[in-house]
Design a protein around this ligand. Structure first.
Ligand code: ZN
Length: 151
């Protein structure tokens, strides 16, 4: 699954850099950070026994971020490539809310986006980024059992 996430990220980075998947260099993606994020997500889901991943609509930040090409718009081009066909909305965050790595992880793992399914919540987790801003960069996860349908 980690390889699949890296592959999807490579396809998106390759497209925006106009290069092949084999020649992609993840220079906008911190190498060690992205390995930890990607492999850690997959290990976490496995350890927690997660069978299905659902994700809310994704908030996109705005503004620009500095990279080796200079300033690129937020969301980053690779992020938007990965988020084709995923429901997103413009939030008022003036920073990156979804990174290319995050987009690769969630679009590979989630089977549905949008409304939260009917579940009984058993565990709640929070992960916070370091950016101090008008809108916190927080990822919240609910682990639960799907409610059995009546009838
Ligand atoms: Zn680049």
């Amino acid at each position: 699954m980690s390889k699949k996430i890296f592959y999807n990220l490579a396809v998106a980075e390759g497209k925006v850099h106009n290069t092949s998947v084999d020649d992609v260099h993840f220079h906008e993606v911190g190498a060690v950070d992205s390995i930890i994020d990607i492999v850690g997500s997959v290990i976490g889901l496995k350890k927690l026994g997660v069978n299905h991943v659902f994700c809310s609509k994704l908030p996109l930040g705005s503004g620009f971020v500095n990279c080796s090409h200079g300033k690129i718009p937020i969301p980053a081009p690779a992020t938007v490539e990965l988020l084709r066909d995923v429901p997103v909305y413009q939030s008022n965050a003036n920073h990156e809310m979804v990174t290319p790595t995050g987009a690769a992880v969630i679009t590979t793992l989630a089977e549905e986006f949008g409304e939260m399914p009917s579940i009984k919540i058993e565990k709640i987790g929070y992960g916070a980024g370091k950016i101090q801003s008008n809108q916190p960069g927080i990822l919240r996860v609910f682990l639960g059992k799907k409610e059995k349908r009546e009838n």
